[in-house]
Design a protein around this ligand. Structure first.
Ligand code: AMP
Length: 285
């Protein structure tokens, strides 16, 4: 026996439930997730709860955003736990479709945001943002939310989704929420549970490296290359981590900067075994 918000696994049922609410004048907030919910997700749900009459949480591990050699099969799943946590944080409805329900066998329509998606994570994860943008568009069309909530932990995703929402006139307000961290600074992520004890003990190096960048920039360092060297040197202290990238980019258009000025993003991606971790901090100089 499980208690919790009603859970829909079909597009029609989800659409009808929301249609009723909308006709009654209710505003709708959507929190898209891939499940294995943690405090980061719950902070988004709470933010949605505070601003909307109806809160929908989608729980769907979207295969089209995973590359062929990525961790789709190993991605953590916990449907019952998710339902309980989402309900406790204020979800009214949960949308948890199967892939058959989301993608017709002859699905052939994709949403591609150009430029922004070829940088940072887009370089090592070709097709990733196409999958993300397509599924988020579908969720917007199914739920027709007034607002949708995304975490700053996935900074590039947030910029890309904002661009897509604007370019396609979705009318959805994209709300960003700060990164929730473990006590040792590690950004919460569903993937953290796949780290070994030893990898987990070294993973806070991402945040330490970003804090080193913060300190250097705070002390007046403006040369991006020097900050990147410092971040890399800090990351190297974790022997189990393989650096994928360290970049400093303009926070709006994600192009690399030579000089730290305006709003910049320091972003890192590090692999521990087959677990890929990302983190970032934004600076306004
Ligand atoms: P995911 O289930 O990892 O696809 O994440 C779903 C949403 O939760 C995305 O908008 C993420 O950016 C957000 N999110 C994931 N981890 C965190 C975190 N530690 N703090 C804040 N938001 C997060």
């Amino acid at each position: 026996v499980t208690a919790g918000a009603p859970c829909f696994d079909d597009v029609t049922g989800m659409r009808e439930a929301l249609c009723e609410a909308r006709t009654a004048g209710a505003s709708v907030g959507l929190v898209p997730t891939m499940g294995a919910l943690h405090e980061g997700h719950l902070s988004l749900i709470r933010a949605a709860r505070a601003e909307n009459d109806v809160v929908v949480v989608s729980v769907y591990v979207n295969p089209t955003q995973f590359g062929p050699s990525e961790d789709l099969d190993r991605y953590p799943r916990d449907a019952e736990g998710d339902r309980e946590l989402a309900s406790g944080a204020g979800a009214d409805l949960i949308f948890s479709p199967s892939t058959r329900e989301m993608y017709a066998a002859d699905h052939s329509t994709w949403v591609e945001v150009e430029g922004l998606t070829s940088r940072l994570c887009g370089r090592t994860r070709p097709g990733h943002f196409r999958g993300v943008c397509t599924v988020v568009s579908k969720l917007f069309n199914i739920c027709r939310p007034d607002r949708a909530y995304f975490g700053e932990k996935d900074a590039q995703q947030l910029v890309v989704i904002k661009r897509m929402a604007r370019d396609l006139d979705t009318g959805v307000k994209i709300v960003s929420c700060p990164t929730v961290r473990e006590e040792d600074g590690l950004a919460m992520s569903s993937r953290n549970q796949r780290l070994t004890v030893e990898q987990r003990s070294q993973a806070p190096v991402l945040y330490r490296a970003l804090k080193a960048a913060e300190e250097a920039i705070g002390a007046g360092e403006r040369e991006a290359g020097a900050v990147i060297d410092l971040v890399r040197a800090t990351l190297t202290q974790a022997p189990l981590g393989d650096i994928e990238y360290v970049e400093i980019v303009d926070a709006e258009n994600l192009t690399p900067v030579a000089t730290v000025a305006g709003r910049c993003l320091v972003a890192v991606a590090v692999r521990f075994g087959d677990v890929r971790l990302i983190d970032n901090l934004t600076f306004s100089v």
